[in-house]
Ligand binder design. Structure first.
Ligand code: MFK
Length: 552
């Protein structure tokens, strides 16, 4: 009889797998564990059944832009798949954003919400992207003084009723670039007491959102100085009419194709200033930090999902007389990727707890400092790891990983964006260095990590030695760089990667010490022993030589 390969199975990643249950018990205090676990257990069943089907439908039926109606009137309709619309409904009902703000799990509500997002993301067709921006906008509005936008939008952004729930965009990138926002060309003109925005935005995700946060140039009426300012924009009115905005085209993207990303022309769209003249970058940083956390969580989510599929496949697919999961080299490969996946789960869990504490005003100064520097580190490290881990896992399916109707290639295409948007790896390395330059931030992190490493149990003495040596290497490098900014920048990636590795090892060791499970001990040890020591460029002449080699 002809051979038919048995398919892999989408596992319920919470109820059928104790790992995440142990993570909840480790990070959340007992009083909140049941609320969090019950919710995750219920939702994890959906993300491998009906919600998965919605995302697959949304992926099959890409957005269609209809610029004109039959009579030539510019309408810029974006036709979306029912799958995408269903994902909107699920996002509202499940409170993917609201959970963090309802604060039913106190300062652990962020942790609750972000674990839920981690389960959702690989079945969301990147609905996680509009949700990231919605969450960022919600936090900006929660903190801002401008009562109008707050009263208008917050009840919608936090609603669990799909008909009331709104999503938000975040329009920053212009033709001049997504990294260097100082080159923003959009201007805000004050006309009859109302700001109107004129310019073009080059990447605007989820143009179907209801509101957006965006940047534009303003002139301070008092000082006459020009600056970059944050604005709140309602994208369409109650009748669905665009707010003096033209869609120029939808982007043809490598991945994230279920989500409509547009180029826009702002032709005097009405906007409300948020946070005062000239403070745009600082104000939008609130959105950035939340969307960067989402990015780290989504990177973890896709790795976690694909690893589970790969392990399942390894028990079914046979080669050379046995299941591929019985071949030593396959075991070794999946073991190493598993350590990265688990490390990512811990990194996002820890930072979610810190973020929750900061948001309810319960964080110490040290915790706020650590969060500030570790968000860019977590975003860049998980984003970069996801690209390589997902590629490795696609390979673990052999040819099947390259065939569209297995549902696997889409993971690879979609994952590449995680190291690009919300700041590339290099931009985020520089952001971590920016944080480092603020008083007390590195000291807080260094003290915290040093103390935690020195508390390792005796069965982790080898790991303690490795981490102490890496910490010393970082100290020496920072001291050696001194005022030499170019050497500091050149080493930004190595430095942030080693910080991520140290932090993750600390978390894996602490977890293993708590659970006392062999599974967790070997993971922590393997992860730590796989760390490569950074190879910093410590000499300006060498850096000059590198530049000449490349560009002369
Ligand atoms: C959607 C599908 C499309 C798929 C393809 C994707 C294609 C790409 C799409 C995109 O383009 S996504 C856009 C991604 N862009 C970013 O994420 C922005 C990346 N750039 C940065 O993050 C730069 O670091 C930054 C623009 C912030 C640098 O700007 P500046 O003006 O040089 O920042 P500056 O002067 O250092 O900081 C201004 C203030 O903001 C400072 O506050 P103070 O005045 O009080 O000192 C900073 O401390 C603060 N700040 C900056 N970054 C911060 C922050 N505060 C907290 N957290 C941060 N991360």
């Amino acid at each position: 009889m002809a051979f038919i390969q048995e398919d892999f199975t989408y596992q319920d990643l919470f109820s059928e797998n104790t790992y995440l249950q142990d993570v909840v018990s480790h990070y959340a205090p007992q009083q909140y564990q049941k609320n969090i676990s019950d919710d995750l257990a219920k939702f994890s069943k959906r993300v491998c059944s009906d919600v998965l089907a919605m995302s697959q439908k949304a992926e099959r039926e890409e957005p269609v832009w209809v610029p004109y109606d039959p009579w030539g009137k510019k309408i810029d309709d974006i036709l979306m798949s029912d799958g995408w619309l269903d994902l909107h409904r699920v996002s509202a009902e499940e409170g993917i954003v609201a959970t963090a703000y309802e604060r039913k799990s106190g300062e652990y509500s962020r942790f609750h919400q972000l674990l839920k997002l981690m389960l959702f993301h690989p079945s969301s067709a990147y609905y996680s992207c509009p949700l990231a921006m919605t969450d960022g906008a919600t936090r900006v509005l929660e903190l801002c003084q401008e009562q109008g936008p707050k009263d208008l939008a917050l009840p919608h952004l936090l609603s669990r009723d799909p008909d009331v729930f709104w999503t938000a965009g975040q329009w920053m990138t212009e033709k001049t670039g997504g990294s260097d926002l100082s080159r923003t060309e959009t201007v805000a003109e004050l006309e009859n007491g109302t700001y109107r925005l004129y310019g073009q935005k080059w990447f605007t995700s989820a143009i179907t959102a209801n509101i957006t946060m965006t940047l534009a140039r303003t002139i301070d009426p008092e000082s006459g100085k020009e600056g970059l300012t944050l604005f709140f924009v309602r994208i369409r009115d109650d009748k669905g009419q665009l707010n003096n905005i033209d869609v120029l085209r939808l982007k043809e993207k490598l991945g994230t194709r279920a989500m409509p990303t547009a180029e826009l022309e702002l032709k005097g769209c009405e906007a409300t200033m948020i946070g005062g003249h000239g403070k745009g970058v600082k104000n939008i940083a609130t959105v950035l930090n939340i969307s960067r956390m989402y990015n780290a969580v989504c990177a973890t989510g896709v790795m976690y999902r694909l690893h589970s599929l790969s392990r399942d496949y390894a028990t079914k697919r046979e080669a050379f007389g046995k299941a591929i999961g019985q071949h030593p080299l396959h075991v070794n490969t999946l073991f190493d990727t598993q350590t990265i996946v688990n490390a990512s789960v811990h990194l996002i869990s820890e930072l979610a707890v810190l973020m929750g504490k900061v948001e309810v005003g319960e964080a110490t100064e040290e915790e706020s400092h650590i969060l500030r520097i570790m968000i860019p580190v977590a975003k860049l490290w998980t984003g970069k790891r996801a690209v390589s881990v997902v590629s490795e896992l696609i390979e673990s399916f052999g040819g099947a990983g390259y065939i569209e109707d297995t549902g696997l290639p889409i993971y690879l295409r979609d994952t590449q964006v995680l190291s690009i948007w919300e700041g590339t790896t290099n931009i985020l390395s520089l952001d971590a260095l920016r944080a480092l330059s603020k008083p007390g931030i590195f000291e807080s992190l260094r003290k915290n990590l040093g103390m935690r490493v020195s508390s390792f149990p005796t069965n982790f003495s080898a790991e303690k030695q490795i981490l102490n040596s890496l910490l010393t290497q970082c100290d020496q490098w920072l001291e050696g760089c001194g005022q030499k900014r170019s050497l500091l920048e050149a080493g930004g990636r190595q430095f942030t990667f080693v910080l991520a590795h140290i932090y993750c090892t600390v978390l894996l060791v602490e977890f293993a010490a708590k659970t006392q499970k062999t599974r967790d001990r070997v993971m922590a040890q393997r992860f730590c022993h796989n760390i490569e020591a950074p190879d910093f460029i410590e000499d300006q002449a060498y850096l000059d030589l590198a530049r000449e080699t490349l560009f002369s």
